[in-house]
Every structure is written in structure tokens, then in C-alpha cells.
Design a protein around this ligand. Structure first.
Ligand code: DX5
Ligand code: ZN
Length: 225
């Protein structure tokens, strides 16, 4: 049985001048690395692109999940795949019908997820659940690390869990934004399986300890399956 519950440290809050060391600190507790790519259009900031993914690919064997907060995920997927992305996540707000992105990711041999922003109803993602590996539910509005978890998203997580179970699917439900030990527990109770966290790990004085504590929460859930 492969692990269902996963910790995805988001490097957005890491010290980019020492990225390799930052990754090494959390590596043993991480199931994957969450890489937030922002293009300055879909969201105001510009962050990480394929050149950084390529550098990360050389220093870690963790899966690299590239969260494409970009207006053209279809056009960008190949570059991220070539740089070494293990999977990409496309936003349903950027591509309301993500079929072409899903097909491109599959043809490139990488994983694919879809993401919904807080104001976007879950319904927008439901037609595509059969075709993806993960549904990423934003629990903050995308663009920045360190924002508070939007608790109004908990019913969306619950609804996603019910629907995924009703259809007998085995896809991940990731929560992204404002996740710490408390909100992470609430998200898991609601049905999430993947916790993404940037500031609750990399903005702490001891990122390894923060990652260890979050991973422990997930290990407990895994053991209770
Ligand atoms: C937000 C990003 C998140 C972000 C989370 O736009 O998609 O992945 O890194 O940061 P925290 O965990 O600090 O809310
Ligand atoms: Zn993200």
C-alpha cells in the first residue's frame, strides 16, 4: 500500500540564497517538494521558474511538484517537465477546461494536478477528477506565503473527499496555504491527504523540527488507515 498521507514542504519561504541547505534540512520528513511558480500575471509576484527546478533536481531525489500559478500552464508544462518536474498543478481559473494540460503532462510522462482558488466552487474541478493525480485546494488566495488559513474552505475539502470516495477514486487531496499543526489537523479531519506548508516550516527557527512535527501528524493518520 503506497502512502496516502504526504508532507509537501513549499520552498516559497525558504532562504533562496541557501536553497540546497534548506531542502537538506527537511528532506527526511518530506514526501515531495512543493515548488510555487508564479508568473506575475495569474498572480502579481514572479517567483520560481524551470531554472530553479533544474537546480533542485540535481540536489534532491524528492518528487518536485510544480504549482503553476501562471496564466499559460499548457505552454509552460513542457519546460517544467524538461527541467525535472515530477508533476505540475494547473489552476482551473487559468484553464477552465484543463484537458489539454492533462494530456500534455501525461504525454511528457509527468503527474498532473488541478487547483481551485478559494472563491472558485469545487464544481469547476469535478469533471476532471478521474484524469488527475491530485486536487489542490487553496486555503489562501494564491500569491504569497504566510497568510492565514481560510477555514471556510473546510466544507470544500469535505465535499471533495465525499465525491472522490463516491466515485471510488484514489487521488490526493492537497491543501495549500496557511497550514500548520492546528490547521493541518483540521484539514486532515475534513479529508485532506497532502499538507503543503511554507512558513510553518521554513519561517520557523528550526525547520527540521517543524517538518518532523507535521510529518508525525501524517504518520499517525497513515497508521490509522
Ligand atoms: C500560495 C502558495 C503556497 C504557499 C503556502 O500562493 O501556493 O504554496 O507557499 O505558504 P504558507 O504555507 O506560508 O501559507
Ligand atoms: Zn502552492
Amino acid at each position: 500500500m503506497t502512502a496516502r498521507y504526504k508532507l509537501a514542504p513549499s520552498i516559497l519561504s525558504a532562504d533562496f540564497a541557501r536553497l540546497g541547505e534548506e531542502v537538506a534540512r527537511v528532506e527526511k520528513y518530506a514526501d515531495l517538494l512543493h515548488v510555487d511558480a508564479m508568473d506575475g500575471h495569474f498572480v502579481p509576484p514572479i517567483t520560481i521558474g524551470p531554472v530553479v527546478v533544474k537546480a533542485l533536481r540535481r540536489i534532491t531525489s524528492l518528487p518536485l511538484e510544480c504549482h503553476l500559478m501562471v496564466t499559460d500552464p499548457l505552454g509552460q508544462t513542457e519546460q517544467f517537465a524538461e527541467a525535472g518536474a515530477t508533476s505540475v498543478i494547473a489552476h482551473i481559473e487559468a484553464v477552465p477546461d484543463p484537458t489539454a494540460v492533462i494530456e500534455r503532462a501525461r504525454s511528457l510522462g509527468i503527474g498532473i494536478g488541478i487547483s481551485v482558488n478559494p472563491p472558485t466552487p469545487l464544481d469547476a474541478a469535478l469533471p476532471y477528477l478521474e484524469q488527475v493525480d491530485v486536487l489542490n485546494i487553496m486555503t489562501v488566495n494564491p500569491g504569497w506565503a504566510g497568510q492565514p488559513f481560510i477555514r471556510e474552505m473546510l466544507p470544500k475539502i469535505q465535499a471533495a473527499r465525499s465525491e472522490i470516495e463516491r466515485r471510488g477514486l484514489d487521488i490526493g487531496i492537497a491543501v495549500d496555504g496557511g497550514v500548520d499543526l492546528d490547521t493541518g489537523r483540521e484539514a486532515l479531519d475534513a479529508g485532506a491527504t497532502v499538507l503543503g506548508a511554507a512558513s510553518a516550516i521554513f519561517s520557523r527557527s528550526d525547520p527540521a523540527e517543524a517538518a518532523r512535527a507535521l510529518k508525525e501528524l501524517l504518520t499517525e493518520r497513515e497508521a490509522a488507515r
